[in-house]
Design a binder for this molecule. Structure first.
Ligand code: URA
Length: 233
């Protein structure tokens, strides 16, 4: 099988240990690959190899990809003094090597992607690739034709030089719309809705590109993406 990475790099990603601690464990003969004691922390390991460190064991993996149904009250950050972080819902080795693909606000719910594949997340985030993000929006006052037209045509938001790209608006009922946007500006949906004279009461992301939030995931639950889903971006 193809060589993927150095043993010490893999162990450090997996168990959040420093390279010097791993070096000590190797010298103490506490690290095994496929049942054999390893003497060199720079040994190359491949996907599927079994790594043991004392009583911990894990199969070597390469990239990780998850979808999470983000609940309210957690933040898309690697640490936070006041709120739980979205990564705390994922109990998998290697999670601390991962990042969020974009961000959702503290009070926004729904689909957030998490990975340690920087190129993949860059493709999704880049407006160049035109992956729409669909949000269910609950509004404070009924939406009217004029507001819909403005959202569809693009709006110059405070502090921005360019108008927002044309958005898709699907009206479910006058207080509930689905908004499909193609950029990821700071608080974009809330600012767009405010700019047309309305207000967001609830915000829930249901899809990114063709990838939909799995309806089986309750808020706070996650699952690995399938190969097909990873290949959508
Ligand atoms: N737009 C917002 O205003 N908030 C989010 O969390 C996502 C998009």
């Amino acid at each position: 099988m193809a060589e993927v990475k150095r043993l010490d790099k893999f162990i450090s990603e997996c168990f959040e240990l420093s390279r010097s601690v791993i070096g000590k464990e190797v010298r103490a003969r506490h690290v095994l690959v496929n049942g054999e004691i390893v003497r060199d922390p720079a040994t190359k390991v491949s996907v599927g190899d079994l790594v043991q460190l004392n009583d911990l064991e894990v199969e070597v993996f390469d990239k990780l990809y998850f979808m999470v149904n983000k609940p309210k009250g957690c933040v898309c950050a690697n640490d936070d003094a006041n709120y739980p972080i979205v990564f705390s819902y994922i109990e998998e080795y290697g999670i601390h090597s991962c990042h969020c693909v974009g961000r959702l606000d503290l009070d926004t719910t729904g689909l957030i992607l998490i990975t340690n594949d920087g190129q993949w997340s860059h493709r999704i985030a880049s407006p160049k690739h035109h992956f729409g993000k669909v949000y269910e929006v609950t509004l404070a006052v009924p939406i009217d034709e004029q507001q819909i037209k403005k959202l569809e045509n693009g709006i110059l938001l405070n502090g921005e030089k360019k108008e927002t790209a044309p958005a898709g608006v699907t009206v479910k009922d006058p207080l509930h719309i689905e908004l499909n946007i193609f950029e990821g500006k700071y608080h974009q949906v809330k600012r767009m809705i405010a700019a047309v004279g309305n207000e967001v009461l609830e915000l829930n992301r249901i899809s990114i590109g063709d990838l939909k939030l799995d309806p089986n995931l309750e808020p706070g639950e996650y699952r690995f993406l399938t190969e097909e889903e990873i290949g959508m971006f």
